[in-house]
Design a protein around this ligand. Structure first.
Ligand code: FBP
Ligand code: MG
Ligand code: MG
Length: 337
């Protein structure tokens, strides 16, 4: 019988044979993966575990927290507090950063996460996930919020877990993208899709079209052309998918290509789009680029953006290279005109 590689084996191989990750980063990833396993357990219990519905509180973004947002956040904080490899954490669900308490061993990495992405899907049993990003602290273990404000190109690891028909963990440490499926009986993550690649061309796009009246002209131009299909300038039909959980929309793109968009729009210029740069867009952009795709905010590469705040928002266009280049080019055309 052919044995498949587990996450642990894969990481040890990366550390020892390929020398691409240090031991402390390997251990950090293992702790995050263990926390995702625990979240998966709670998600799978649903109504039986009493985990559905609202927590009756709001997060820093003014969004109503679901019970699973809070549970997932606590699991990640607790698991990683004593992992020994971190200086501090930042989360969608926490206004301030969370330094590792002085009573615990500290490391020099920073962990950022969206503990539960796609919260509106929780109560209707549609796939949701956890997104994470790892940076090195420029200030060692003496970390402040400022230490986190590094462009996404500085990430040393990023990934996500999806709690869907299967629970999967998708990971990059800057050496390609690999997908591991949780074997519940064995309790291990098993490598099931090595070296994921995004095709350069696609006929599938994802955008929340209910916002169409608020879009800026380059987005309207691009989407109008896709919708016109064979009868329009693209002379090709496109299909649309929207899961309302970035994590799952991006997973589909890593599996079979496509373009995902959450543009800035005319409603509130202080909010460029809905998605958060540091724990949604950056990790996804790192994964997408590692799989041969592209990720921009319409004008520049997402991974080059210098963050000003941990919770800042950003417009997102990511996925199949040729489509992302086209819609980014439409932004350049409209700026030039
Ligand atoms: O369909 P909508 O409401 O426009 O927004 C969907 C987007 O909002 C998000 O769910 C935001 O994530 P959270 O659930 O972590 O707040 C994205 O994952 C998704 O792409
Ligand atoms: Mg999210
Ligand atoms: Mg969330």
């Amino acid at each position: 019988m052919q044995r498949r590689k587990t996450l642990t084996q894969y990481l040890i191989e990366q550390q020892r044979e390929n020398n691409t990750i240090p031991a402390d980063l390997r251990l950090l990833i293992e702790v995050v993966a263990r926390a995702c396993k625990a979240i998966s357990y709670h998600v799978s219990k649903g109504a039986l575990g009493g985990v559905l519905g609202s927590a009756g509180s709001e997060n820093v973004q003014g969004e109503v927290q679901k019970k699973l947002d809070v549970i997932s956040n606590e699991i990640l904080l607790e698991a990683n507090e004593w992992g020994g490899n971190l200086a501090a954490m930042a989360s969608e669900e926490l206004e301030e950063i969370h330094p590792i308490p002085s009573t615990y061993p500290k490391g020099e990495y920073l962990l950022l996460f969206d503990p539960l992405d796609g919260s509106s899907n929780i109560d209707v049993n549609v796939s949701i996930g956890t997104i994470f990003s790892v940076l090195r602290s420029p200030d060692g273990a003496d970390t402040t919020a400022q230490s986190f404000l590094q462009p996404g190109s500085k990430q040393v690891a990023a990934g996500y877990a999806i709690y869907g028909p299967q629970t999967v963990l998708v990971l990059t440490t800057g050496n390609g993208v690999n997908c591991f499926t949780l074997d519940r009986e064995m309790g291990s993550w098993v490598l099931t899709q090595p070296d994921m690649r995004i095709p350069e061309d696609t006929a599938e796009y994802a955008i929340n079209a209910s916002n169409a009246r608020h879009w800026y002209p380059p987005v309207t131009r691009y989407i109008d052309e896709l919708v016109a299909g064979k009868d329009g300038p693209r002379q090709k039909n496109f299909n649309m998918r929207w899961i309302a959980a970035m994590v799952t929309d991006v997973h589909r793109i890593l599996c079979r290509g496509g373009i995902f968009m959450y543009p800035a729009d005319k409603r509130d210029p202080s909010k460029p789009g809905k998605l958060r740069l540091m724990y949604e867009a950056n990790p996804m952009a790192f994964l997408v680029e590692q799989a041969g795709g592209k990720a921009t905010n319409g004008t520049e590469r997402i991974l080059d953006i210098q963050p000003q705040q941990i919770h800042e928002r950003v417009a997102v266009f990511l996925g199949s290279k040729n489509e992302v280049e086209r819609v980014t080019g439409y932004h350049a055309d409209s700026n030039a005109g």
